[in-house]
Ligand binder design. Sequence first.
Ligand SMILES: *Cc1c(COP(=O)(O)O)cnc(C)c1O
Length: 833
Amino acid sequence: MATTAKSKQKKTEISEAAHDAEDFLLEQLPIPQALRNHLMFSIGKSNSWATPRDWYQTTAYTVRDHLMGRWVKTRDAYRDANTKRVYYLSLEFLIGRMLSNAALNLGIAPELSEGLQEIGQKLEGLSELESDAALGNGGLGRLAACFVDSMATMDIPATGYGIRYDYGMFKQTIENGQQVENPDNWLRYQNIWEVQRPEHTCEVKFYGRVVHVHTEHGIEPHWVDTEAVVAMPYDVPIPGYGTQTVNNLRLWSAKATNEFDLAHFNEGNYEKSVEGRHSAETISQVLYPNDSSASGKELRLKQQYFFVTASIQDILHRFTNYNADWDSLPEKVAIQLNDTHPAIAVAEMMYQLVDHYHLQWERAWKLVTGVFAYTNHTLMPEALETWSVDLFSTLLPRHLEIIYEINHRFLQMVNQHFPGDTDLLSRVSIIDETHGRRVRMAHLAVVGSHTVNGVAALHSELLKTTLFADFNKIYPGKLTNVTNGITPRRWLNQANPLLTELLTKHIGSGFQKELSLIANIEPMAENKAFRAAFREVKAANKQRLADKILQKTGVILNASALFDVQIKRIHEYKRQLLNVLHVITLYNRIRSGKAQGQAPRVVIFAGKAAPGYWLAKQIIRLINDVASIVNNDPAVGDQLKVVFYPNYEVSAAEILFPGADLSEQISTAGTEASGTGNMKMALNGALTIGTLDGANVEIKEEVGDDNIFIFGLTTPEVAQAKADGYNPWDYYHGNAELKQVIDMIGNGFFSVEEPGRYQAIVDTLLHKGDQYLLLADYAAYVATQEKVAALYLDQEAWSRKAILNVARMAKFSSDRTIGEYAKNIWKVSAFSG
Ligand SMILES: *Cc1c(COP(=O)(O)O)cnc(C)c1O
């Protein structure tokens, strides 16, 4: 590496020369003129022929011009300073649309709106023509998207690494009340926000075998007879808000090593000649639509290794280009593993350092554990990834050997500290010998990382006492907490311009970059005129949502009703079904005249079910069947409406959150690691009805007990109930209203043409033990909903609490979250030129 210093000097000279040119390029044309230029020179049209999509693309090109110079400058500045970088490895980035967000973060949104208006176009309408970048399932992928926004905003030198799926999260339609999954062909039109970087392609190997070869370095393992695929990077600019920083998100796409097999082509066998190409390119074709469950499929492991090896190669190339001493790796590189999906990176970096760069094992291991940190997102057993040793040895034989060696040394260390505790050894081993032989990815991640964090205070405590209790004993201090957050740019400013405007009028706009300033609005909760203005904003956002719902479902809503909203992936642990039990209870009370004087209520659901998760799909169907009975019952009228909003995605969320009065966060205590939907709702002025689960606990601490509706069993009470032999039948027989509701579901009240349709749902609640304790929490939930309904009748009191919720959300900015990662885990600070 003696030549590196020289090449570094040369690169610095080039980049200094380039800087002058870049400064020139940073000067921009006036927006109306830039728009006209792009319509002509990028789209090739004149005004009279331009379609709305042409105008969208024209606008996107214009905004992109403002990104490019800053992007180049940011990259050059990081490189010239040879600063420590953060690499955020995530199989998912649920970004959503980029146009409005980029304009907002660049600070050109007002100019852009005006410029478009001048030529007869509207920004809002054009934005809607952009497909969501839906490269994620739900909370975990959205977290990664909020994090890249915050890292750029806070000038943290960071790169996201992920996969450029050809097809993102499926599009959900509802047909006959049932979920239908449609492919998300988001790249059908040109994606203006990405730049292909063919000069940074990497080779990715699979299969083959390991041979031991005599070389100048001694006997070395060589991974041979492999099948190769090429990883092609596409870079996406991530602009910070209120800063010149534009970071990079590098997404890998799989390409065949050869365009096609020339031998087969020349034989005239065209089909065969493209076959290999298809199978290679399958790797990045589609996002797995499972949320909180491991799939165990070979293609999934291939996806994980594919993006991990490409990213690690890329990171190490960058490091060796500018650094001569391997031991400085942890001073230059911090890698965060978003869940265990990229955990194979621990073995991959050992493979690169030991096999490729010929470092001694001990030295390499010290570097690896100085670089990696791992975020755990769940305690639920079905989400914990394990891979069969057989699959591993077929697909990645050398990496399996490396994992065995890591495990051997780790278990030796454990045995020294806890001699003779063979149960402990088998519990913490990276190889699970009890369920066939399987590789436990969470254990690999914990052993290979210097820090492991949970995503909310409760979750991190539970990690220490349950899932990782043994590791907490072996590695005291390794486990920590970093409570999740959300970016206020997208989830307040962009999603809720009216509330942003109202807040800005009273406290200035500083809260968008520094959310702690939002506390300044708190005194206004006591101001009657402000409360009225706040209600007007909420009313407008509810009307905007009602209009969208009418357009999508045909259901007409009264926007003065209480909008009761549960939007998140459909999962038994999230207990949409408990919400349905409450809806049917309300329905029965209305029909029997026992709901007099209650505020009218609209219950809104949205969320996708994993295509293979049959029961979750049944829950969607039940919601729609209940909606169709309730909404068409003349005895009910406006008192109750039920809506299933189809195709929950980021752009839908931006309409749904601001329109909510009541935020449903009702998971069984101990199951939701954090939640972030809970934060988005409260920031947009909804009150929460929730259990003491995930970040709800901290939301309650922040907003105060009087400004949140908490109900249900706590985590220790859930554990106790289960230990005491919880029996759902006791609750069924002990509560006449509950019994009536379950009987109606079971006897086909909502599915007259097929009375047995929901037998499976009744079975999970009664005959299969009600794993998530819906029946145990039912009475408390219904009673708490009565308090909600009563409070809603007092609009002044309700608004006061809603304003306090908004004012007390500072903690839940992802800027705060990223600040904690940077200081405590990555040891990086804001980059200053
Ligand atoms: C915030 C968000 C989620 C996560 O919601 P939870 O309620 O925390 O499960 C999922 N999907 C989308 C589109 C989101 O914006």
